[in-house]
Design a protein around this ligand. Sequence first.
Ligand SMILES: NC(=O)C1=CN([C@@H]2O[C@H](COP(=O)(O)OP(=O)(O)OC[C@H]3O[C@@H](n4cnc5c(N)ncnc54)[C@H](OP(=O)(O)O)[C@@H]3O)[C@@H](O)[C@H]2O)C=CC1
Ligand SMILES: CCCCCCCCCCCCCCCC(=O)[C@@H](N)CO
Length: 338
Amino acid sequence: MLLVVAAFIVAFVLLLYMISPLISPKPLKLNGAHVVVTGGSSGIGKCIAIECYRQGAFITLVARDETKLLQAKKEVEKFAINDKQVVLCISVDVSSDYNQVESVIKQAQEKLGPVDMLVNCAGTSVSGKFEEVEVDRFKKLMEVNYLGSVYPTRAVITTMKERRMGRIMFVSSQAGQIGLFGYTAYSPSKFALRGLAESLQMEIKPYNIYVTVAYPPDTDTPGLAEENKTKPLETKLISETSGVCQPEQVAKIVVRDAVQGNFNSSVGPDGYMLSALTCGMSPVTSITEALQQDAFVEMYDRQRESVFSCSWPSIKTVFGLAALGAASITIGAYLTQK
Ligand SMILES: NC(=O)C1=CN([C@@H]2O[C@H](COP(=O)(O)OP(=O)(O)OC[C@H]3O[C@@H](n4cnc5c(N)ncnc54)[C@H](OP(=O)(O)O)[C@@H]3O)[C@@H](O)[C@H]2O)C=CC1
Ligand SMILES: CCCCCCCCCCCCCCCC(=O)[C@@H](N)CO
C-alpha cells in the first residue's frame, strides 16, 4: 500500500516537472535586443549592461553624471561580440520629471528601436536610526527608488503592449523583503517596488510581458562603499549574515531570471531561503519554486500553530517532520535550478 502511494507521489512530481516548460514563457533573445539600463553607469547596473552586451544586446545606459556614463560606455564596449552593437548614453534624473523621462526614452527608441527589456536599477540608499535620518531623505528615497522605477516603466509599457513582448526588471534588495534595523527609509522604498511589480504583472501578462523583481544582498559597488561610511554597526552585523556579493555575479543571475521571465530573482542560498519565506502571493513562475514555497509555508504554519496551541512533544514531531520535508525539497529545488 505504502509503495503504491509512494509511486503515485513520484509519478505526480515527475508529471509536474514534465509540464513545467509548457507554463514557462519563451526566453527573450538578447542577441539584437534593445536593453535600457537605468543606473547603468555604476555598480550592479553597469554589470547588468555588460552581461546583456556580451550576449549581443544593444544598450542604452541611463544615469545623471555624463562623465561616469561615458566611462561606463567604454567599459561595456570592450565586451562586444559583433561590430553592429551600440551603447547609447542618456543623462537624465529618472526621479524628477516624467515628461523628461518619456522624451529621452523616445529618443533612445528612435535610435535603437523599441525597448525589449527595461532594467530599473537606478537607486540609492541611506541608513541610520529612524530619528537620526534627516526627514527629507524619506521622501528622496521614495522618489529615486520608487518613482525612479515607475517613470521609465510607464514610458516603455505602451509600446511593449503593442508589440506583445518585453521584460521589465525592478532591482529591489533583500531589504525589500524584510525590514531591518537602520533601513527605515530605504526598506519601504524597496518594498514598494514589489507592490508595483505584482500589480503590473497581473495587468500585462496577457500581453506576453514579464516582470522580474531582483532581491540582491550587499554587493560590492561604489554605492555600498558610500553607504558603509555612515551605516550603523547593527545594520552591518545583520547584513553580514547574507554576505557580500560581486556585482558581476548578481548581474549574471538577475539577467538570466529576466530572460526566462521569472518573477522572483534571488541571489545565493540565503537569498533563496529569504524568497521562499517571504513569497506571499507573488506570481509563481516555475513548478520547483511552487513546490518549495509550499514546503516552506507548511513548515512555518505548523510552527506557528504549534507555538500557539500544542504541547511540547507534538511541536517536536510536527515541526521536525515539516522541517525535514522542507529542507529536502528546498535543497532539491535549489540544485535543479542552478
Ligand atoms: N550594492 C548593494 O549592496 C545593493 C544595491 N541594491 C540596489 O541596486 C541598485 C544599484 O546599486 P549600486 O550598484 O550599489 O549603486 P551605485 O551607487 O554604484 O550606482 C547607482 C547608479 O544609479 C544612478 N542613479 C542614481 N540616482 C539616479 C537618478 N536620480 N537618476 C538617474 N540615475 C541615477 C547612478 O548614476 P548617477 O549618480 O550619475 O545618476 C549610478 O549609475 C540600487 O537600486 C540599489 O538600491 C540592492 C541590493 C544591494
Ligand atoms: C532563513 C533565511 C536566512 C536569511 C538571512 C538573511 C539575513 C538578512 C540580510 C539582509 C541583508 C540586507 C542587504 C541590503 C543590501 C542593500 O540593499 C544595501 N546595501 C544597498 O546599498
